[in-house]
Ligand binder design. Sequence first.
Ligand code: SF4
Length: 71
Amino acid sequence: MSWNVEVDGGTCIGSGMCAALMPELFELDGAVAHPLAERVDPDETVLDAADSCPAMAITVTAGGEVVGPRP
Ligand code: SF4
């Protein structure tokens, strides 16, 4: 099952950490990051990006269940 990746543009503070960690998936567009794909194959690095976002702006879901950031 693929995962869905969202960045809340109203919460993102433009730190660029996600884009540094996964430039193939996250791009900084001005002061806000956005995912280059909404659906991705399960990948631990996507969860790492969600976990390390200082604004908790990245949400990863699998079949509607939130899998990242991890508790
Ligand atoms: S790590 Fe979080 S706050 Fe930083 S650019 Fe990415 S989504 Fe925005």
